[in-house]
Design a protein around this ligand. Sequence first.
Ligand code: ADP
Ligand code: ZN
Ligand code: ZN
Length: 754
Amino acid sequence: MTKALYADIILPLAVRGRFTYEVPPDIAPRLKPGMRVSIPFGRSSIYTGIISSIHNNKPPYKKIRSVSCLLDKTPSVSEIQLKLWSWISEYYMCSEGEVMKAAVPPGMSDDSYRPRLDTFISLSQKYSEEELTVLLDSLGKAPRQQELLIRYLDLAEYGTGNEAPELKKSSLLSKPAGAQAALDSLLKKGILASMQKEVSRLSASDAGQGPLKELSGAQRSVYEEINDLFIKKDIVLLHGVTSSGKTEIYIHLIDEQLRKGKQVLYMLPEIALTTQIIERLKRNFGAQTGIYHSRLGDQERVEIWNKVSGADSSGSYNLVLGVRSSVFLPFSDLGLVIIDEEHDGSYKQHDPAPRYHARDTAIMLAALHGAKTILGSASPSLESYGNASSGKYGLSVLRERYGHVNLPEIVLANTREAYKRKLMVSHFTPELLHAIDNALGRGEQVILFQNRRGFSPYIECSECGWIPTCVQCAVNLTYHKSVGKLVCHYCGYSTGLPSKCGNCGSTGMATRGFGTEKIEDEIKIVFPSARVERMDQDTTRSKNAFNRIIKAFEEKRIDILIGTQMISKGLDFENLTVVGVLNADNLLHYPDFRSHERSFQMLEQVSGRAGRRSRQGRVVIQTSDPSNRIIRLVLRHDFEGMFRMQMEERKAFNYPPYSRLIRINIKHRDRSALNNFSELIGNELRKQFGKRVLGPESPLISQVQSYYIKTILIKIERDKAPARAKQLISEVIERIEAEKGASTLRIAVDVDPY
Ligand code: ADP
Ligand code: ZN
Ligand code: ZN
C-alpha cells in the first residue's frame, strides 16, 4: 500500500499556520512545489493556492480535504521564490499568504496568452501643419469633434516627427463624455481611420542596442574597484555624489552580466524615476528590458512575470527596472541586483502586510541566487554606511561629478528675517526670486520643491480659530483649490469648502500654510510669462502623466516645475540650474528619530538635480532656522559629518542601527477598549522584554478611518537573534486576540519600521 500524499498549501489569507490537503492519486505524479491548485475552503469557497511542500505527514485534524484540481503544468512560482516568501513571512511576521497576495499578479491564468485584439485610431492620411489648422477651423461648429481631434494630436505627440501615429481607441476615448459620437463623425468624414490589430499588452520596446558610453577615469576605477570587491564581498555600497555617473557605472555592470547570460534586477524608489531611466537602459539593452511598477494592469503584470520566468516563448526580460514590488518577480538566474537610492524610505512597505523593506528583501533574493548586490546613493542610509564602514559590505566612493562640474552652491534664505523686514513676496524670499529670475533670463530651468500637495494644509476661522477636520481621522483637511474641496490625505474623505465657520458662523475662513498648488498659483503671478507645471500625486493620476511631464521638461517646454518628493530624486535634466526648497522646516521638525537623516538625504537629493552638465547649479533653501546643524551640514555636502553626528545620537538613545525596532500598531473603533487592550499588550510584552518596551503611545495621527490608534515600540539589541523575540511577540498577540471582545481589535506588527 502506498502512503497517502499531502500538500501544504499557501492561501492568499492573513491567517498564519499551515493548510494541509490530501493529494488525489491521479494528480500526485504531476504535482510539484510552486504549482497552483484549486482547493475547497470553508463552507463553500474555492480558493487558488500554491503548493509549498509535498510530504507524507498526515495532519492531526479529523477532516482532511483534498486538492480539487491542478492548475499548472509547470510551477508558476520557483523554489527560490518559495524560499524568499518563507523568509519574508518569518522576518516581517506575516503569513506566506500575505506575501503571495503581494507577489503574484491576480490575473494569472492559463489563457492569458490568447492574442488580444485592440482597435487603433490614426489620421487617415498625412496632413501638413496648414492643412491641419484648416481642418481644425472647419470643425469649429462641432466643438466635441474638434476637442477629440486635438486630444488625438496631443496624445500622439503630433509634430515630433511622427506622421500618423496609431493610438489605442480606449486611450483616446477615456476622457471627455460624448467622445464616441465625435469619433464616429470624424471616422465618417474620413479625417481619422480605425483598424484592428493584435497587440502585446506591453508597449513594444525599441530594438536599439547602442554602444555604451565610455567611462571617465574616475568612473572606470570605481567600476574596477567594485568588481574587485565582489571577489570577496557579496554586497558593495557605491557612495557617489549626485551626477557622478552612478547610472553609467550600473549600465556597464549590467552589460557584463547580460553578456554572461545572467539576469539583472535594477530597483528604484519612485515610478517617476523609472520613466526616465528606462529610456537610458533601452538605448543600450533594447527589447530584453522590462519595467515593473504599481501602475501596470494585471494582464501587463502577468506578461512581465512570464517574460522574466522564461515561460513566454515570444521573448524574455533579462533586465528588469522596477520599484519595490519587482523583488517578487520570478527570476530564474539572477546575477546582479542594483538598489539605487538605497537610503530611500519608499522601499519600505507600510500597509498592508507584508511590511517588507525592498532593499533588505532584495539582498536576500540576491543571496538565494548567489548573485551580487550594489547599493547606490549620494547619501546612504546610516544602516548601509555603517555596514560598509565595519567591513560587512564593500565600499566604493566616487567624489566628483561627471565632467568635473562642481556640486551646486547652496544658499540659505532666512524666511523669519525676510518676513520681519517685509521682503517676502508671497512665499518667496528675495534670494529665491533672484535666482529664478537669473535662470529664466538665461533660458535655464527651475525646480521648486515643496513636500506638501494641495493648496493649503488647512483652513482656519480668522475669528475663533476653528479648523475643519476629517470626520473619521484626527487630521486637518487640506484645501485643494483646483477641485474646490477640502480633502483628507489619510482616508480620501472630501467635502465642499464651508462658506461659514462651523463654530462661530463667521464668514472669515482663511487658508493657512502652503502646498504645491498654491506655489504654482503664486509663481505664475510673479513670473507671468514663465511656463509653469506641477508634478505631484494630484497631477499624475493618469498612467502617462509622469512621462508627459518629464518629457516636456526635458524638451524645455516647461520653465518652472513645482513638485513634491516625486521630483527630488534621481532625475537628470541638462538645462536645470536652479532648485528652490520652499520650506525646509517641516522636514527638519518632523517628530521621528530618522528625521534628521531624512532631511539631509532629501535636501542633498533635491540639490543634486541642479547644474548637472556645464554650469554650476544654485540651490536656495528657505528656512526660519538657518543655524540648524543639519542645514549647516547640507551646505557643505558633508555626508560623513552627518553620519558621525547621527550615529552618536542613535547610540546614545539606542536606536537603529544600534538596535532593531519592532512596532506594534493597535487599532480599535472604541477608544476605551483600545486603551484597555493596548495597556494589556504593553504589560504582557513587558513581562517578556522589560525596559525594551516603550508605550503604548498615541501616534502623531491618533485616529484614521474611525479607528483609534496606539503604538508600542520594542527595541531589541543588535547582537541578539531576533527570531526568538518575534516568536514571543507573536505568542503575546495570539493570546490577546483570543481574549473576550478582541475580535474587533486590529493588531499589526511592523518589523524595522520606517
Ligand atoms: P548619478 O546616477 O550619479 O546621479 P548619472 O549617471 O545620471 O549620475 O550621470 C549624470 C549625467 O552625466 C547623465 O546625464 C549622464 O548621461 C552623464 N554621464 C555620466 N557619465 C558619463 C560618461 N561616462 N559619458 C558620458 N556621459 C556621462
Ligand atoms: Zn480621513
Ligand atoms: Zn469661527
